[in-house]
Design a binder for this molecule. Sequence first.
Ligand code: MIC
Ligand code: SF4
Length: 644
Amino acid sequence: MNVTEKILRAHLLSGEPVAGNEVGIRIDQTLTQDATGTMACLQFESMGIDRVRAELAVSYVDHNTVQIGFENADDHDYLQSVAKRYGIVYSKPGNGICHQLHLERFGKPGKTLIGADSHTPTGGGLGMVAIGAGGIDVAVAMGGGPYHIAWPKVVGIRLTGRLAPGLSAKDVILAVLRRFGSKGNVGKVFEYYGPALTTLDVPSRATIANMGAELGVTTSVFPSDAITRAFLKAQGREEDWAPIEADGEDYDETWALDLSTLEPLAAAPHNPGNIETVAEHLGQRVNQIMIGSCTNSSYRDIKTVALMLKGRHVHPDVEVGIACGSKQVVRMLADEGLLGDLIAAGCRILENACGFCIGAHMSPATNAVCLRTSNRNFEGRSGTQSAKVYLVSPETAAAAAIAGAWADPRTCAAPPVAMPEAFTIDDGMFLYRDTAGRGVPGTPILRGPNIGQVPPGKPLPDALDGVATTKAGDKITTDHIMPAGARLKYRSNVPEYAKYVFEHTDPGFYRDASANRDAGKANVIIAGESYGQGSSREHAALCPMYLGVRAVIAKSIERIHRANLINFGIVPFAFADPADYDRVSKGDALRIEGLREAIAGDGRATVRNLSNNTTFDVTTTLSDRQKRLLLAGGLLAAVASGQA
Ligand code: MIC
Ligand code: SF4
């Protein structure tokens, strides 16, 4: 068996392990972050469970830490009180980014983890099966319930050779993205193996696993070996180590990558799958350089940057921001004098949080060219619609910081950073470790005015009488559907946040959808390929549900978003013939007879376009569980009516 299969089989609760078949798996650990966590906790509360039943649940606060206005602070208070009451470990703002912290302090080889964040697969760098999910699925797992996935096809990525100085793990995952692209990988797990693994430390493996999210895979997995053991030992957690390696080369598909042949790469605007070489850009002007995010904010990464910048000054024409991944990273750099080197070099030292990655601050200037070490460069995600964001390695970012322009990091590479024998351990910003799993019953839950209720779903109607309220193109991300950045503070307030659905791609959507809903019409979203790419934010389903969206008809829909749509009672249809996408225009009146029957049956339905008097077929493949959820109007409605 391969590593993925070993872990999944050890956690299998229901279903046949046959590729594509829905299975239920036992979840050992869960994580949430504040932007998804408030909804997950509200949903957990509404399930009426007295305490957390998973082995470990951690609630991180790392996304909304800017705190302009009371909303974020209210969210933090709410999350802290829920954590105390129900037995969740609470990671205070300032402690660091969830994925980096989880790797350092909690991840365990062989365990399963689901997180209400699409980059949860970072844990794959430690030999876990770690999967990104919607908040409500995490709430169920916190309560001890199973998580459902399609049994994956496992793609073996065989790594050979060795990276040249000046290249790093980011270049590896960008090479994988160049080969496989950011769509068409749904239902697969990428498992890394081969002789080059001995050259990749845990943070490097984690970088690769992290950006598997951009491939659209279920997760990415590394074995747990001597390198994993050394990392856990240095984190004071050697007892958490367990060996897990594949028995042979038993994969559904394989691809080999020789690291010795790689050159520095970049993902060009506006998609992480849009890969170019650094060489193509040499000498071109750069305006902003941002180093950090859950992809590249480890001790290894920031120390490499510090060593490259030591004794130099960033070019006067660029601004450089650095956000370390955790308090541990900041402290160790400070103790080694490296933080001083970064400050002396003219870098802006930012809080160890998501920050710039999610457009929460440091939005670039109009038309700016930015080099960022984060994982997503969707249009407008930085907070500036016209900015051109390229995703690069920390080494490429540092080389550009010195030159003020694109530069080859191989010309100014620092000596490789060795993993320390012992990381500096200080868990002082994790609260409620002593009551984890038990909680403190009776703790009052703090609810400021920004903490709303989860709107209830309604059962699916027999026939859908609706309007094609919007028509979107290909690769519409959840950032397009539900913008973050300046709007992030409304995550706990669905009626307010719903005003910004499709804010940039269809500014009239809120008005039109509300009017249709109030007139008793269903809203239908029409979309192209790979709808719902990117983040796990269930608000991209929850807010449309609130606005009366009952179906999405797309050429294809990405995994986490499709699960979220079902959880909120929105039918995820695919065009039976993708060419029919052209037969429907924004504003067309659509009718689907026998909708309930179709969902309960084989998932095939005929859509009548009353505006141009044509018909086309749509399909959806559903497990029995998913059928029940959709018919009831979503997961919470199904729980309330005893159907889940
Ligand atoms: C992201 O990187 O897009 C986020 C913000 O971390 C999201 C979660 C969210 O929208 O809260 C993710 O990746 O799932
Ligand atoms: Fe935070 Fe960015 Fe990572 Fe999302 S991708 S968890 S916003 S650092």
